[in-house]
Design a binder for this molecule. Structure first.
Ligand code: TSJ
Length: 668
C-alpha cells in the first residue's frame, strides 16, 4: 500500500496539527495501558482472548442490525488475529470537531460513539463493550481496512515510544487513507497483542472456536468462519458455524446426548420495556435443571434477575395450566412447586438490553430489576400461547407428568428424612415389638430376615437360630399392590421398624458402619406378591440405604419350589429347570410337593432349605451402576412390569439368575 495514494481532503487540511491533537486523544489509551485490568479484567489468557471477543462483538452488532451476514475470524501463523465482516463498513467521514475520520475516533477514543458512555456499564460489565480503542491500546500493531462507497480505506496503528521514552499504544501511523476500489462493503481488523502487556500472547484456538460457536448459537443465522492458518494451505483449518435455529439449536446441542421428552425445544420471544428476550427450553428424562443465560451475548453464570423472571414465568404458567388440566386431580396439581417444573429442563435465556448492571464478586450476575418482570411476562404469555394449541397438549401432559414425578420424589425424601429424625423415638417405641431380634451382639455375625407375611414370619421365628438371626415379618400395607409409592411405603410401620432395626439412619444420614446386621436377607414367595415386596424392598434400599447394597449386605433368600421325596430320600428343587434332573435322581414312585409359600414348610424344612448358613442359597444383590439405579427408581416403582423385569436383570447381579428368572416368569 503506497503512501502516495493518500488523497483525502480532510487530511490535507488537518495533517499539520494531527500530532498535537493526537496526544490529547491518546491520553485515554494511556489509561488503558496503565491499568489494563480495569478494561479487560486480566492480562492473563482470559484477557488476551477478550480482545478477540471485543472486536467480534462489533461485527455481531452490525449483524444484529441486519447489515452483516458473515464474519470471518483468522488466527494467523505470526500470532495475530483478523476479524472481518461483510457489513456496511465503519463510517469514514471526517468528524466535524475532531477533524479525523469517524473510524479513527472509534480506535483512539474510549467508548467512542456514545454507545458505551454509561460508566456503570463499562465498569460493572467490566469485561464488555469497552470497544475497539482498548484493543488498539493493548496491541503491538493494528491494521484497519474498510470497504464502502466503492472504495477501500486503510489505516495502521502501532505502539511506540514517545519523546520521554514512554510507550504509547494505538498511535496512528498515518490518517485513514484510500487504497483503491472495492465492489463489496465490510470491515476488517487485524491486530497483534502487545507482549509487554499480556502474560502470554499465544491464542488458544479451541477457546476461540468454542466462543465463536456459542456466539453463532446466540445470533441466529449469522455465519461465522474460523480459520486457523498453518504452513501450507492444506494444513489450514476452517470451521463454519451457522445456526438458523439460534437458541433452539443451542438447546438441541446441549441435549444431544440426553433423552429428550419431546422432539422440539420450545421457543419463546418477545420485547417488553425495551428489553428483548429469547428463551428456548426442552425437558430431558434427567433430574438436573440447567439454565444457560446471557445478557447482550455475555454469559451470566451466576444468573440474576432474568433467570428469576424465567423461573416465575414458567412456574406461574405451568401451575395455571396444571390446575386447568383435566388429567390431573386438583390435589396433585396443588403439590407442584417451581423446582418440580424444572426437573430435567435445559433452558437457554437470551436478554438484550441497554444499560446493563452486573453484580456479584465476578460480575457474572444480572442485577437490573426491570429484567425480571420483562422475562416473566414474556415467558408466561409465550407458554400460554404455545399451549393454547391442541397440537401441543401432549407436550403439556408430558411436562406435568415429569413435574408430578419430581414432586412425589421430593415428598418421599422429605418423609424419609422425617423418619430419620424420629429415629431415636422409634427405637424406644413399641414398634420394635414386631421384630424378633437376635440375642447375639456381634453385628458381623448377625442376620435379619425380612419375611413376607405373618405366617411365614411365625415359621421363621421357630426355625431360626436366635443367637444371630432376627426376623422381621412384613405384612399388610406394603403387600397391597395398590400401595407402591415410596412415601406410602415409608408410612408403613414395618418399614419404620426396619429402619430402626438396621439402626444406621437413612438417606444422607445413613452410615453403613453402624448397621446392626451384616446380612439383610429378603425372604419372599415365588409369586406376584413376592416379586412385588422384593421390588419394594430393593427400591427402598437403593434409594435410602444405597451403601447397604454397594457394600454387599443385601441378599435374597431362595426357598425351594419343590420337595421330592421317596421313603427317607428327600430332595429340594429351587427352579423348574432343575426339576426333571431331580426327579430322575430320586427315581420312580416319588412324591412331589410344590411350595406355594414359606408358610407351607415346617420349621425343620425351613431351616434346612432356606435359613441354615451351611445349606441355604443366598443371592447377593449388587448394583453395577448405582447412579443408573437411582434413575430407574420410578420406572421400577411404576406400573411397567416389562421394564422393571429388564431392569432387574440388567442391573442386579444375581448369582443364580436362572432361579430368579424362574421367579420372574411365575409372576405373569
Ligand atoms: F470495532 C471495530 F472497529 F473494531 C470493528 C467494527 C471491527 C470489526 C471487525 C467490524 C466493525 C464494524 C462496524 N462492522 N460494521 C460496523 N458498522 C459500523 O460501524 C457502522 C456502519 C454504518 C453506519 C451507518 O449509520 O451508516 C453506522 C455504523 C455504526
Amino acid at each position: 500500500m503506497a503512501e502516495t495514494s493518500i488523497e483525502k481532503k480532510a487530511n490535507s487540511k488537518s495533517s499539520k496539527s494531527y500530532d498535537a491533537k493526537d496526544i490529547q486523544i491518546l491520553e485515554g489509551l494511556d489509561a488503558v495501558r496503565l491499568r489494563p485490568g480495569m478494561y479487560i479484567g486480566t492480562t492473563g489468557p482470559k484477557g488476551l482472548h477478550h480482545l478477540v471477543w471485543e472486536i467480534v462483538d462489533n461485527s455481531i452488532d452490525e449483524a444484529a442490525n441486519g447489515f452483516c451476514t458473515r464474519i470471518i475470524v483468522t488466527l494467523h501463523k505470526d500470532g495475530s488475529v483478523t476479524v472481518e465482516d461483510n457489513g456496511r463498513g465503519i463510517p469514514v467521514a471526517e468528524h466535524p470537531v475532531k477533524k479525523v475520520s469517524a473510524a479513527e475516533v472509534v480506535f483512539t477514543e474510549l467508548h467512542a460513539g456514545g454507545k458505551f458512555n454509561n460508566e456503570n456499564y463499562a465498569y460493572s460489565g467490566g469485561l464488555h463493550g469497552v470497544g475497539a480503542s482498548v484493543v488498539n491500546a493493548l496491541s503491538r500493531w493494528l491494521k484497519l481496512e474498510i470497504c464502502r462507497d466503492g472504495k477501500k480505506y486503510v489505516q495502521e496503528y502501532e505502539s511506540k515510544e514517545d519523546k520521554n521514552g514512554k510507550i504509547r499504544g494505538g498511535v496512528p501511523k498515518y490518517p485513514l487513507k484510500e487504497e483503491g476500489v472495492s465492489v463489496t462493503t465490510g470491515t476488517s481488523v487485524t491486530f497483534m497483542p502487545d507482549d509487554r502487556i499480556f502474560e502470554t500472547i499465544e491464542f488458544n484456538s479451541s477457546m476461540i472456536k468454542e466462543h465463536l460457536e456459542e456466539v453463532a448459537f446466540l445470533n441466529r443465522g449469522i455465519e461465522i468462519n474460523f480459520v486457523i492458518e498453518a504452513d501450507s494451505e492444506e494444513e489450514s483449518k476452517t470451521y463454519t458455524f451457522k445456526y438458523d435455529g439460534g437458541v433452539v439449536d443451542f438447546v438441541k446441542y446441549i441435549n444431544e446426548s440426553k433423552n429428550v421428552l419431546y422432539a422440539e425445544p420450545i421457543y419463546i420471544s418477545g420485547e417488553s420495556d425495551d428489553i428483548k428476550v429469547e428463551v428456548s427450553m426442552q425437558h430431558t428424562d434427567g433430574y438436573t435443571d440447567s439454565i444457560f443465560s446471557y445478557v447482550n451475548n455475555i454469559q451470566t453464570p451466576d444468573g440474576g434477575t432474568h433467570e428469576v423472571g424465567f423461573k416465575s414465568g414458567l412456574t406461574r404458567a405451568l401451575s395455571d395450566l396444571a390446575t386447568k388440566n383435566s388429567s390431573l386431580k386438583g390435589k396433585e396439581s396443588n403439590m407442584l412447586v417451581g423446582d418440580d417444573f424444572r426437573e430435567g429442563l435445559t433452558t437457554v435465556i437470551l436478554v438484550k438490553m441497554k444499560t446493563v448492571e452486573f453484580e456479584g464478586q465476578t460480575k457474572a450476575k444480572l442485577g437490573n430489576p426491570q429484567a425480571k418482570p420483562a422475562v416473566e411476562s414474556i415467558v408466561y404469555n409465550g407458554l400460554n400461547e404455545f399451549f393454547a394449541n391442541k397440537k401441543t397438549s401432549k407436550i403439556l401432559s408430558t411436562m406435568l407428568d415429569k413435574a408430578l414425578g419430581a414432586a412425589k420424589a421430593r415428598e418421599a425424601s422429605r418423609k424419609a428424612k422425617e423418619i430419620a429424625r424420629q429415629k431415636n423415638s422409634i427405637e424406644n417405641s413399641t414398634l420394635i415389638g414386631k421384630l424378633a431380634s437376635c440375642t447375639g451382639k456381634n453385628y458381623a455375625n448377625n442376620e435379619i430376615f425380612i419375611v413376607e407375611g405373618d405366617s411365614a414370619g411365625g415359621s421363621c421365628k421357630q426355625a431360626r437360630d436366635r443367637h444371630f438371626q432376627a426376623i422381621l415379618p412384613l405384612r399388610g400395607k406394603p403387600l397391597n399392590v395398590e400401595k407402591k409409592r415410596l412415601d406410602q411405603v415409608l408410612q408403613n410401620e414395618e418399614f419404620r421398624t426396619l429402619i430402626s432395626a438396621i439402626g444406621a439412619g437413612i438417606g444422607d444420614d445413613f452410615d453403613v458402619n453402624s448397621i446392626k446386621y451384616n446380612k439383610i436377607i429378603i425372604l419372599a414367595d415365588a409369586d406376584q406378591d413376592g416379586f412385588h415386596i422384593r421390588s419394594i424392598l430393593l427400591t427402598f434400599f437403593f434409594r435410602y440405604m444405597k451403601s447397604l447394597i454397594t457394600n454387599g449386605h443385601v441378599f435374597i433368600g431362595l426357598p425351594p419350589l419343590y420337595r421330592i421325596s421317596k421313603r427317607d430320600k428327600v430332595e429340594y428343587v429351587y427352579s423348574d429347570a432343575e426339576l426333571p434332573e431331580a426327579t430322575k435322581r430320586v427315581g420312580k414312585g416319588y412324591k412331589l410337593q410344590r411350595y406355594k409359600g414359606l408358610g407351607e414348610m415346617d420349621k425343620d424344612q425351613l431351616w434346612e432349605t432356606t435359613m441354615d448358613p451351611a445349606q441355604r442359597t443366598l443371592i447377593q444383590v449388587t448394583i453395577d451402576d448405582a447412579a443408573e439405579a437411582e434413575k430407574m427408581i420410578f420406572t421400577w416403582m411404576g406400573d411397567n412390569v416389562e421394564i422393571r423385569k429388564d431392569y432387574i436383570a440388567e442391573h442386579s447381579n444375581f448369582s443364580r439368575i436362572d432361579a430368579l428368572s424362574e421367579f420372574m416368569s411365575k409372576k405373569k
